[in-house]
Design a protein around this ligand. Structure first.
Ligand code: FES
Length: 327
């Protein structure tokens, strides 16, 4: 048994939900005000998952909370790095993580990527705000090692709020913006007006930034406009009044007004992976076999939504009286 494996409490080794592996926190670094970088090393010496820029991973906290965090790629070999801002008004996951120390153990679960770089050789414009830098910096590191032209626009309120400023500031591709110094937020219209031809854009940041980005890019071909949200843009569907059939068991569940599909599934003892519960992470994606979902998530593309082949059950509803889910 490796030294790392010996540090893992028995409870974490035996009681982890299916799909989670114990990982030891092997480094913690404060990278900006209220923001820490955590290096997580799988406890049994197992190789970490292969993570591409834009990937998230499920993290099981000692309290049992499961949260999903963007991974920082090309960081520490053989480990998974996440960067987490302590959210004063969050649901407690970031606050709990910030209280942990080197040597503490968390669970690492499935990795997903709904924000991957499109392959190609054309120019890339990256835009990040605040903690949205994690996937964007992963992309920047990846692009810096390629021959593909790229630029990054990175905004924070103040210098001390900007994680990885020292890494990016010397780079000729980087345009750093400090709201308090400039007296205004990043000018999305200006960025879009000066785009290289055929550039793909990637943006991750707080909702006001994303709203500005989507408004400024609405006339561009949407296949070139990519973004990732921290907050949902839509309310969950709670009008109810339909049945959900669980195809694997044949169980038929009634979704009453005021309830979400995920609540009804969990009450029936059906285990559904979930993390954000607001339609932005993709954890609760379930294939749809019959029926028309009322999509309310910010994960699936317009084409994926139109196909009605899958849905996020934490927020989606039904546009008819019955859904058959592959669960
Ligand atoms: S739990 Fe995150 S999209 Fe449903």
């Amino acid at each position: 048994m490796s030294d790392l494996a010996r540090t893992v409490p028995a409870v974490m080794q035996t009681d982890l939900p299916k799909g989670f592996s114990p990982a030891v926190i092997t480094q913690i670094e404060v990278v900006a005000v209220g923001t820490k970088r955590f290096v997580l090393t799988l406890a049994d010496g197992a190789a970490p998952p292969d993570l591409e820029p834009g990937a998230h991973i499920d993290v099981l906290l000692p309290s049992g909370k499961i949260r999903q965090y963007s991974t920082l790629c090309d960081d520490v070999e053989g480990a998974v790095t996440i960067v987490v801002k302590r959210e004063a008004r969050g649901r407690g996951g970031s606050a709990e993580l910030h209280e942990l120390s080197v040597g503490d153990v968390v669970g690492l679960g499935e990795a997903r990527n709904h924000f991957a770089l499109e392959p190609g050789s054309g120019p890339v414009v990256l835009i990040a705000g605040g903690i949205g830098i994690t996937p964007i910096l992963s992309m920047a590191r990846h692009l810096a090692a390629s021959s593909r032209p790229w630029t990054i626009h990175y905004a924070a309120r103040r210098r001390e709020d900007m994680a990885f400023r020292e890494e990016l500031a010397p780079r000729p591709e980087a345009r750093l913006h400090f709201d308090m110094e400039a007296g205004h937020v990043l000018d999305m219209a200006e960025i879009v007006a000066s785009l290289p031809e055929d550039a793909h854009l990637y943006c991750c940041g707080p909702l006001p930034m994303l709203n500005g980005y989507r408004a400024a890019t609405k006339d561009l071909p949407q296949a070139r406009v990519h973004y990732e949200l921290f907050e949902s843009t839509q309310e969950a569907a709670t009008t109810g009044g339909f049945d959900v059939e669980c195809a694997r068991s044949g169980l038929v569940l009634r979704v009453q007004e005021g309830r979400r599909i995920i609540d009804v599934l969990l009450d029936a003892g059906i285990n559904v992976p979930m993390s954000c519960e607001k339609g932005i992470c993709g954890s609760c994606e379930i294939p749809v076999l019959e029926g028309i979902p009322d999509h309310r998530d910010d994960v699936l593309s317009d084409e994926e939504k139109a196909s009605n082949e899958m849905m996020m059950v934490c927020c989606g509803g039904c546009k008819g009286d019955r859904l058959v889910l592959d669960i």
